[in-house]
Write a protein that binds this ligand. Structure first.
Ligand code: ADP
Length: 213
C-alpha cells in the first residue's frame, strides 16, 4: 500500500499506520518521529528543528523534502509506505507529486481521519510517547503496564514538549491553516478517502473498498 494519512494531530494517524504495517509489510514513515529521533541524537538537524517543534510550528518545506526525497528511495519503501505527518502543506504535496512522478510511483489513496475537535484536544492532553521507539500511550485509555515505562522497549514514556495546552492549540491552528487544504487537494486528485473515525475496523473497511479488495 502507498497511503498518505491525513488528519489533525491526535486523530490517530500513527496508530492506524502501525496497524496497517502489519497487514502487508508497508513501512510507516513519520516525519515527526524522524525529527524527534534527530533531536534525541543531538544531530545538526535535531538542533535546527528543536525550538520550532516545541512551539508546534512547522519546520520548513525544504528541510522536510530533503529528508523525504531520500527516505522514499530507501529499499524498505519498495513494499509500500504509510506517510504519517507528511505532506503537511500544499508545497509539500506538490513536491511529493513531482517526486513520485519522477520515481514512477502512484499513491493508492490519501486517507483522512476526520474527528471532532473535542476528541482531538482531549486525546492530545492525555497522550504520552516513548522517547525511544515512539510507541503511543494514553493515561486514560491506554496506560503502560508500568507507569512511565514503555511496554515495547522499556524506555521512558513522556509527555512531548509540544503537548502543553498552548502548543496543542497552536498545532491545531497550524493544521487548520496549512494542512487542512490538503483535503481539497487530494479530493481533486481523486485520491481522497475520508472517514469520521479512527476505529481500525472501520478504517480498514474504507481502505479495502477503495482498493477494491
Ligand atoms: P502530530 O501529528 O501529533 O502533530 P508529528 O509527530 O507528526 O505530530 O509532528 C510533530 C512536529 O514535527 C510538527 O508540529 C512539526 O513541527 C514537525 N513536522 C512533522 N512533520 C512535518 C512536516 N511534514 N512538515 C513540517 N513540519 C513537520
Amino acid at each position: 500500500m502507498k497511503i498518505i494519512l491525513l488528519g489533525p494531530p491526535g486523530a490517530g494517524k500513527g496508530t492506524i499506520a502501525k496497524a496497517l504495517m502489519q497487514i502487508d509489510g508497508s513501512v510507516q514513515i513519520s516525519t515527526g518521529d524522524i525529527l524527534r529521533s534527530a533531536i534525541a541524537a543531538g544531530t545538526d538537524l535535531g538542533k535546527q528543528v528543536e525550538a520550532v517543534m516545541a512551539s508546534g510550528d512547522l519546520v520548513t518545506d525544504e528541510l522536510i523534502m530533503d529528508i523525504m526525497e531520500q527516505r522514499l528511495q530507501e529499499e524498505d519503501c519498495k513494499q509500500g509506505y504509510l506517510l504519517d505527518g507528511f505532506p503537511r502543506t500544499i508545497p509539500q504535496a506538490e513536491a511529493l507529486k513531482t517526486l513520485l512522478a519522477k520515481l514512477g510511483e502512484k499513491l493508492d489513496c490519501a486517507l483522512e481521519l476526520d474527528l471532532p475537535r473535542e476528541v482531538i484536544f482531549d486525546r492530545l492532553t492525555t497522550r504520552r510517547t516513548c522517547t525511544s521507539c515512539g510507541e503511543i500511550y494514553n493515561v486514560k485509555s491506554k496506560p503502560p503496564k508500568v507507569e512511565g515505562v514503555c511496554d515495547v522497549c522499556g524506555s521512558a514514556i513522556v509527555q512531548r514538549d509540544d503537548e502543553t495546552v498552548e502548543a496543542i492549540e497552536n498545532r491545531l491552528q497550524v493544521y487548520n491553516e496549512q494542512t487542512a487544504p490538503l483535503v481539497e487537494f487530494y479530493r481533486k486528485e481523486g485520491l481522497l478517502v475520508s472517514v469520521p473515525t479512527s476505529n481500525l475496523d472501520q478504517v480498514l473497511a474504507a481502505i479495502k473498498e477503495r482498493l477494491g479488495n
